[in-house]
Ligand binder design. Structure first.
Ligand code: MEV
Length: 315
């Protein structure tokens, strides 16, 4: 019996969520401290292919209808790998990425599954599908989570690189001239990306001009932030986060709990903070100088954050 494993990291959108759905630039980074890992093991002949996600108590069969994201990810990967008959495999996927928290848990689970299927197919590494192929499959699964994903989540977890993303264009990697630190704090409130994205869509339909202007502002912030990161101007990031959060509030995607924790992070010394991902609940990110990391982390935990990840962005 052989086992093949593969994993994919979480992600944080630094700047540009929501506006990215409407064609503006956004930037995101992988967060390797949390990840999803899939393991494919040969099972006894005739047992078919089952996929288990014990962390969420899910167990599905490959033939489960398309609406199941685990089965769809594996089915699309199997098709692409040229496997014609259902394989006898037991697949297990585990993840420590908070679910519905804005850190790309769905995309990372799909990416880990797809990569593990290709690894188990025993295609030599140099003939394995390119990241672009994996990305396309994961994007197809993302569409189950919400009808109109921009594609940024799957792109950053599949490429595992800092990404400048504009819908419909090839993703661009950007350089991080000077490392900086993020404190990522979980509100503990699960938030459905699908619901928040469709609320924004409804509001945009009713007040297109105002929403387009907000998206323009967010897109400009994302581009300014990317240039700052590429030139090592880390001090610019705090004020840009504050400004991005002000515009996210105008989109009505923040929440009392996010605002409360953002205020706590800033009072404890964060240079800036904003929600990350779809908002309403999920995670916030704060950019924090190294000497204040512990204070900010402790303040957020004392203030009720359900979980914290402290991570360095850049080498
Ligand atoms: C979700 O992580 C990011 C959003 O911009 C939606 C998307 O880009 O598909 C809110």
């Amino acid at each position: 019996m052989t086992t093949s494993t593969a994993s994919a990291p979480g992600k944080a959108i630094l700047f540009g969520e929501h506006a990215v759905v409407y064609g503006r630039a956004a930037i995101a980074v992988p967060v390797a401290k949390v990840k999803a890992t899939a393991a494919v093991t040969d099972a006894p002949a005739g047992s078919g292919c089952t996929i288990a996600a014990p962390d969420v108590g899910a167990r599905v069969h490959l033939s489960t209808p398309n609406e199941d994201p685990l089965a769809l990810a594996v089915r699309l990967a199997i098709e692409k790998a040229g496997i014609e008959e259902e394989p006898d495999w037991q697949i297990t996927v585990r993840s420590d990425i908070p679910i519905a928290g804005g850190m790309g848990s769905g995309a990372a689970v799909s990416a880990a599954l797809v990569k593990a299927v290709f690894a188990h197919r025993k295609v030599p590494a140099h003939r394995r599908p390119k990241a672009e192929t994996v990305n396309r499959i994961v994007y197809a699964v993302e569409k189950l989570h919400h009808a109109n994903p921009s594609g940024i989540d799957n792109t950053v977890v599949v490429y595992q690189q800092p990404v400048r993303f504009v819908r419909g264009q090839p993703p661009q990697r950007f350089d991080i001239a000077r490392p900086f630190h993020l404190v990522i704090a979980d509100t503990g409130i699960a938030s459905s990306t699908a619901a928040v994205v469709s609320d924004v869509r409804r509001a945009w339909e009713q007040d297109t001009d105002q929403y387009e202007a907000i998206f323009d502002g967010i897109g400009e912030i994302a581009e300014t932030a990317r240039r700052a990161i590429e030139s090592g101007d880390v001090d610019a990031l705090g004020p840009l986060m504050k400004e991005n959060q002000r515009l996210l509030r105008k989109l009505n995607v923040s929440s009392g709990e996010l605002e409360r924790l953002i205020a706590i992070a800033k009072e404890a010394g964060a240079a800036g903070a904003k929600l990350s991902g779809a908002g309403r609940g999920g995670n916030l990110i704060a950019v924090v100088e190294p000497k204040k990391l512990e204070t900010v982390q402790e303040a957020l935990l004392a203030g009720g954050a359900a979980g914290i990840v402290v991570t360095q962005i850049g080498a």
